[in-house]
Design a protein around this ligand. Structure first.
Ligand SMILES: [Zn+2]
Ligand SMILES: [Zn+2]
Length: 146
């Protein structure tokens, strides 16, 4: 069992480490994720905040999600790479952006949210649990974003 993972931005000014494996990994097709992603969706790896350590300056863009929760999206102010986000509805959790990982094989997708907003050209893996919007509260605690 692996003990964690590392990542950082494109220019290398920001580096981070997670001492924890991802608690859950989610593809999100919401509009905010899409616009900040560079493609049709974001992939988020949720970890406990206490397992996260980071070096380098991060700039945050804050915006309310559909739920009214505040989502803060952190990115490198030098190269613009998205790094991670937090959601006021999930205190204590950090959602790492898959694009920032050193090893993309860390990603083991488990769930799809806002699947109803996915573009026709996106491939939705039929083996994953997919929700048209956000899942009901019971399934929600560890989900990244919105
Ligand atoms: Zn950078
Ligand atoms: Zn999203």
């Amino acid at each position: 069992m692996s003990s964690g993972f590392t990542g950082g931005c494109l220019c290398g000014a920001v580096r981070y480490e997670s001492a924890s494996e991802p608690r859950i990994t989610v593809h999100c097709h919401c509009e905010d994720c899409r616009r900040s992603s560079g493609t049709g969706h974001c992939t988020h790896l949720a970890i406990p905040e206490e397992a996260f350590s980071i070096s380098g300056a991060v700039t945050f863009f804050e915006r309310a999600a559909d739920s009214g929760n505040m989502v803060r999206r952190g990115f490198c102010p030098s190269c613009g790479s998205p790094l991670y986000s937090t959601n006021s509805g999930m205190p204590g959790m950090i959602a790492i952006r898959a694009s920032s990982l050193d090893d993309l094989e860390t990603v083991k997708p488990q769930m799809v949210v806002y699947a109803s907003r996915a573009a026709s050209w996106e491939h939705i893996d039929k083996d994953l649990t997919a929700f048209p919007e956000m899942p009901p509260n019971a399934a929600r605690p560890a989900i990244a974003r919105t």
